[in-house]
Structures are given as C-alpha cells and as structure tokens.
Write a protein that binds this ligand. Structure first.
Ligand SMILES: *[C@@H]1O[C@H](CO)[C@@H](O)[C@H](O)[C@H]1NC(C)=O
Ligand SMILES: *[C@@H]1O[C@H](CO)[C@@H](O)[C@H](O)[C@H]1NC(C)=O
Ligand SMILES: *[C@@H]1O[C@H](CO)[C@@H](O)[C@H](O)[C@H]1NC(C)=O
Ligand SMILES: *[C@@H]1O[C@H](CO)[C@@H](O)[C@H](O)[C@H]1NC(C)=O
Ligand SMILES: *[C@@H]1O[C@H](CO)[C@@H](O)[C@H](O)[C@H]1NC(C)=O
Ligand SMILES: *[C@@H]1O[C@H](CO)[C@@H](O)[C@H](O)[C@H]1NC(C)=O
Ligand SMILES: *[C@@H]1O[C@H](CO)[C@@H](O)[C@H](O)[C@H]1NC(C)=O
Ligand SMILES: *[C@@H]1O[C@H](CO)[C@@H](O)[C@H](O)[C@H]1NC(C)=O
Ligand SMILES: *[C@@H]1O[C@H](CO)[C@@H](O)[C@H](O)[C@H]1NC(C)=O
Ligand SMILES: *[C@@H]1O[C@H](CO)[C@@H](O)[C@H](O)[C@H]1NC(C)=O
Ligand SMILES: *[C@@H]1O[C@H](CO)[C@@H](O)[C@H](O)[C@H]1NC(C)=O
Ligand SMILES: *[C@@H]1O[C@H](CO)[C@@H](O)[C@H](O)[C@H]1NC(C)=O
Length: 472
C-alpha cells in the first residue's frame, strides 16, 4: 500500500508539476541542507573588495529558503533524474567570510560545475576538499580571496574541462601544476593569471610541454614564470587564446607556423620574447589580437602580417622592429588599434593608411618615419588617440586632421611640421584633453581661440616659431 501511494505521488509530482517547477525535479534533501548551511556560513556584503572587479554583484543566496525546492534556487542546478545538485553558480554573489575547511559544500559529491568567482572568502586558506570532487568539470574560483598555496589535491580533478584560479593571490607549486597538466587530459580552458608561479625553476619550465591537445584557451599572465619556453605551446592544434603577458623573465620565440591554426588571441606583451616575426605568421588566419608590446622583437615585419585580414588589435610598441610599413596594411579593414610606438620603423606613411577606417587608436611615435602626412588620414574618423611624436614628419597638418572630430589626445611633437599659424581646425576638436605641438616649425601668433577647447588639460606649444602675445 505504501509503495502504491508513493508511486501515485511520484506520478502526480512528475506529471502535474506546479507552474514554476515545470520539468524541475525535487531536490535531494541532504543537498538542500548542505546548501543552506553553506549559505549561513557567510554574510552578504556587496561592497567587499572582491565585488569591486565585477559588474553588478547580486546576493543570489537570498532566494534560498528552507522547505522550498532547491533546484529552483538561484544559481543551483540539479540532475533531472536524481534531483542531486550538479551545478552551483554563485559568482558575484556578495558572499563574505571565512571558507571552512570542511564546508558542507563538499558534501555535494555529484557537483560537476562550481563557480564561486568574485566573492570574498577573507583570505582563508584554500581547502583540500576541492580535490575530492573528482566529478568536477568546471571550477572557477577567480577573484575570490583565498590565500596560501593551491592544494596539491587539485590535480585529482582529472575530468576538468575548465579551471579558473586567476587573481587569487595564491602560489602554485611546480609539481601541482605539472600533475594538473598531466591529469586533466580533457581540459579546454585554463586561466591562471596572477597565480604566483615564481618558485617554478627555469629548468622545470618544460613541465609546460605536455598540455593537452584539447586546450583552447591558456592564460598565464603575470605569474612570475621565468626561463626559456619551448615554443610548442604555440603549436597546440586547438589553441585559440594564449596570454603569457607580463612575465618579464619569460623568454621564447615565435615558431614557424606550418599550417592554418585557430589562434585568435595572442598576447606576449611585457615578456622577454625575442627574434623576428616569421613569414609563416600568415598561417594564423583567425588572428584578431596580436599584443607584442615591450618585448625584444626586431627586424622588419613580414608583409604577410598584413594578410591577416581578421586583425583588430595590433600592438608592436616598444620593440626594435625596423623597415617600412607595406601598403598591404590597407588589407586590415577591421583594425581598430595600432601601436608601433618606440621602434625603428622608417619610410613614409602611405595614402593607404586612409583605408583602415575603423581605427580609434593610432600610435606611430618614436620611430624614424618621414615625409608628409597623407590627406587620406582624414578618413579615419573614429580616431580618438593620435601620437606621431618624435619622427621626421614634414609638411603642413592643416589638411590632415580636419575631419577627425572625436580625437582627445593629439601629440605631433618632435617633428618638422610647418604651418604659418596653428591651423584653425584644432579649435574644432571639442574633445581634446591633450595637445602637444612642441618642437616643430609652427609659426604665427597664438590664436585667441583656446577657450573653445574646454576639456583641454595639457597644452605644449614650446620650441616652435610662435611669437606675439599670450592670449588671456
Ligand atoms: C563589507 O566589506 C568591506 C570591505 O571588505 C568592509 O570594509 C565592510 O566593513 C564590510 N561591511 C560589513 C557590513 O561587514
Ligand atoms: C529546515 O527546516 C526543517 C523543518 O522545519 C528543520 O528541521 C531544519 O533544521 C531546517 N534546516 C535548516 C538548515 O535550517
Ligand atoms: C573537519 O573534519 C575533520 C576530519 O574530517 C575533523 O577532524 C575536524 O574537526 C573538522 N573541522 C570542522 C571545523 O568541522
Ligand atoms: C589523476 O587523477 C586520478 C583520478 O582522480 C587520481 O587517481 C590520480 O592520483 C591523479 N594523478 C595525479 C598525478 O594527480
Ligand atoms: C569565471 O567566472 C567569472 C565570473 O562569472 C567569469 O568572468 C570568467 O570568465 C569565468 N572563467 C572561466 C574560465 O570561465
Ligand atoms: C611569490 O611567492 C614567493 C615564494 O613564496 C614570494 O617570495 C614572492 O614574493 C611571491 N611573489 C609575489 C608577486 O607575490
Ligand atoms: C610529457 O609526456 C611524455 C609522454 O607522456 C613523457 O614521456 C614526458 O616525460 C612528459 N614530459 C614532462 C616534462 O612532463
Ligand atoms: C612546424 O614544423 C616544424 C618541423 O617539423 C616543427 O618543429 C614545428 O614545431 C612546427 N610548427 C608548428 C607551429 O606546428
Ligand atoms: C597575401 O594576400 C595576397 C592578396 O592580398 C595574396 O596574393 C598572397 O598570396 C597572400 N600571401 C600569403 C603568403 O598568404
Ligand atoms: C635596432 O635594430 C637596428 C637594426 O635594424 C640596430 O642597428 C640597433 O642597434 C637595434 N637597437 C637596439 C636597441 O637593439
Ligand atoms: C583604399 O580605398 C579606396 C577607396 O575605398 C579604394 O579605391 C582603394 O583601392 C583602396 N586601396 C587599397 C590598397 O586597398
Ligand atoms: C572632410 O569633410 C568635408 C565636409 O564635412 C568633406 O567635404 C570632405 O570630403 C572630407 N574630407 C575627407 C578627406 O574625408
């Protein structure tokens, strides 16, 4: 009789669910109480430091009430059949307080996805218990204020597809990282920015050679990695994003790219990467972000770079690249950001510059460019930042910038620009905050128009042929 009633009840529950819980199982009772005591171990504080980095922190656990179906609670997902909790997304949920070493969260042994990013666990040591959740496929503890050393048991999570331990202020031992790499053979996304890896000896750097070929995204920015990196990381067949930026003592070179690779995003800025850009860079057909700022690259940039028509962001600043910019630059129709600052580029700026019409940031400063600025530059109407300083540009600027009305930073200093007076178009650039025309051959008197530039904060007209009185 009891069984019969149970079956009838189960039938009714599964076939006539209440409106809000359609298709929703009723949650496992033990899981619900584990979640409730997890909830009660924290206070809610939307102004904690960890909440600062994220958009709109929101206390999801406020909807968690004893006696209601936990599968309907915000941030909780259940297995449709068993009613066990298999997913928790409490990112940016204003949790604040110490994370207990045996938190009841660890009772949820069916958990596959766990996101606790952007909460404030008050620099508690990261518990070993995370490593017992061998079913976990997704673990995200980014920006959650743990401290100490990443527990070595984390490498037991051999089913991981995505692991984010970025911005924790923690350290990871070489052996732990190596075991994660060896064990998590299905991993697609590994985000470890700002994790302290400085105790990994340069001679142990080869532990990074065995990354799974399934890896799609690898971020190791600002980790203190040091030594010479074998370039096979760049050869991973499915890699779309590689960020090794801000590792000043990390050296390496770009390999020959043999065939088309799916790399879209490559950031090696502020590293010791060096050498020339290989001609075979044209095989990176999907590349849209190339950040090589402040490395030790040199030599001419291969014309084939300009076959990468998907490029949006090109930052080559602070290297020793040389040679001329080929006219095939005009292939890069999607380019929005171009920084060539502080290199040894030479030659003229060709008319074709006017074809990269989406650019908002143009920095050609500190090179050996010469010649006149082509009038086609005035096609670049999205420009907000222009730096042509410290080159050998000549001629008049009057015809070049008149249509670029959005610009807020204009630095033409240290060239041989020659206009009889400061051209009047300048005074139509209502957004200007920074104007540097110093060290050129501008003449005439200072026009009494600067009051039109109400946002101007920095003005330098020194070392020109300007004379007369300074307007009020
Ligand atoms: C919230 O967190 C901030 C930063 O940690 C702290 O200064 C403040 O006292 C906290 N507020 C409460 C009510 O605990
Ligand atoms: C939930 O409610 C039940 C019955 O009212 C009670 O026995 C239990 O202690 C409560 N659980 C929590 C975590 O408050
Ligand atoms: C945590 O669990 C261990 C053993 O499993 C036990 O010795 C310890 O007292 C527990 N600590 C807390 C705070 O519950
Ligand atoms: C790899 O993961 C499996 C399963 O969790 C575990 O038994 C093994 O000890 C792990 N190996 C390492 C090196 O962590
Ligand atoms: C981790 O969670 C944060 C906040 O939800 C998110 O921005 C970040 O992309 C996540 N990391 C990964 C690797 O998915
Ligand atoms: C990284 O950890 C090492 C060893 O604990 C420490 O000496 C170093 O200061 C840490 N680096 C940073 C940037 O915190
Ligand atoms: C990389 O994997 C290969 C094959 O599994 C193994 O022989 C080699 O020792 C590993 N290298 C490192 C540095 O772990
Ligand atoms: C290209 O082939 C060479 C020689 O076979 C190899 O050493 C290199 O790693 C390959 N590069 C890529 C990006 O696959
Ligand atoms: C670069 O693109 C041009 C057409 O714009 C094409 O003729 C040339 O073969 C391409 N070169 C390489 C190396 O892909
Ligand atoms: C930059 O490269 C040029 C050759 O193109 C070389 O003469 C010069 O010494 C290099 N500068 C630095 C700082 O390495
Ligand atoms: C630049 O754009 C103009 C006008 O759209 C076009 O006629 C010209 O062929 C383009 N030049 C190059 C080199 O793409
Ligand atoms: C600049 O703007 C004027 C009027 O708005 C237009 O006639 C002219 O063709 C533009 N020049 C260029 C080079 O875009």
């Amino acid at each position: 009789m009891g069984w019969f009633l149970f079956l009838v009840l189960s039938f009714l529950l599964s076939h006539f669910p209440s409106q809000t819980s359609s298709l929703m199982p009723f949650c496992n009772h033990d899981d619900a109480s584990a979640l409730l005591s997890f909830k009660s171990s924290f206070t809610l504080n939307s102004s904690s430091d960890s909440s600062l980095g994220c958009e709109s922190p929101y206390p999801k656990t406020e909807s968690w009430e004893n006696g209601t179906n936990c599968c309907l609670w915000e941030g909780v997902s259940c297995d449709a059949k068993s009613g066990h909790v298999i997913g928790i997304d409490l990112s940016s949920s204003c949790l604040q307080g110490e994370f207990h070493p045996n938190t009841t969260l660890f009772k949820l042994i069916h958990l596959k996805k766990l996101n606790l990013a952007f909460n404030d666990f008050s620099n508690s040591p990261m518990p070993n218990g995370f490593g017992d959740h061998v079913a976990l496929t997704h673990l995200n503890l980014s920006h959650s204020a743990f401290s100490g050393v990443i527990p070595s048991k984390i490498s037991l999570l051999s089913k991981l597809v995505s692991l984010d331990l970025s911005f924790l202020g923690m350290r990871i031992e070489a052996a732990t990282l190596e075991n994660v790499i060896v064990n998590a053979t299905d991993i697609r996304e590994l985000t470890l920015d700002f994790l302290n890896m400085s105790t990994i000896e340069p001679s142990s750097l080869s532990l990074l050679v065995n990354f799974s070929s399934s890896l799609v995204s690898l971020s190791l920015g600002d980790t203190g990695l040091q030594g010479k990196l074998a370039n096979n990381i760049l050869c991973l067949p499915n890699l779309q994003k590689l960020d090794l930026s801000v590792n000043l003592d990390l050296e390496g070179e770009l390999p020959e790219f043999n065939r088309s690779t799916p790399l879209r995003y490559l950031d090696l800025s502020y590293t010791g990467f060096s050498g020339k850009l290989p001609n075979t860079i044209n095989h990176l057909e999907s590349l849209n972000f190339l950040g090589l700022e402040s490395c030790d690259f040199e030599g001419p940039i291969p014309v084939f770079l300009f076959n990468l028509t998907q490029l949006k962001f090109l930052d080559l600043g602070g290297n020793n690249f040389s040679g001329e910019i080929p006219s095939s630059l005009s292939n890069l129709r999607h380019l929005t950001f171009i920084n060539l600052f502080y290199n040894s580029f030479t030659g003229h700026i060709v008319q074709y510059f006017g074809n990269i019409t989406q650019v908002y940031h143009l920095n050609l400063g500190w090179n050996n460019f010469s010649g006149e600025i082509p009038s086609s530059l005035s096609n670049l109407q999205h420009l907000t930042f222009i730096n042509l300083s410290d080159n050998s540009f000549t001629g008049t600027i009057a015809k070049c910038f008149g249509n670029i009305t959005q610009v807020n930073h204009l630095d033409l200093s240290g060239n041989n620009f020659r206009d009889e007076i400061i051209p009047s178009f300048i005074f139509n650039l209502q957004h200007l905050t920074y104007l540097d025309l110093s060290d050129n051959n501008f003449g005439g008197e200072i026009p009494d128009l600067f009051d039109k530039l109400s946002k101007l904060e920095t003005l330098d007209l020194s070392r020109n042929q300007i004379h007369g009185r300074i307007p009020k």
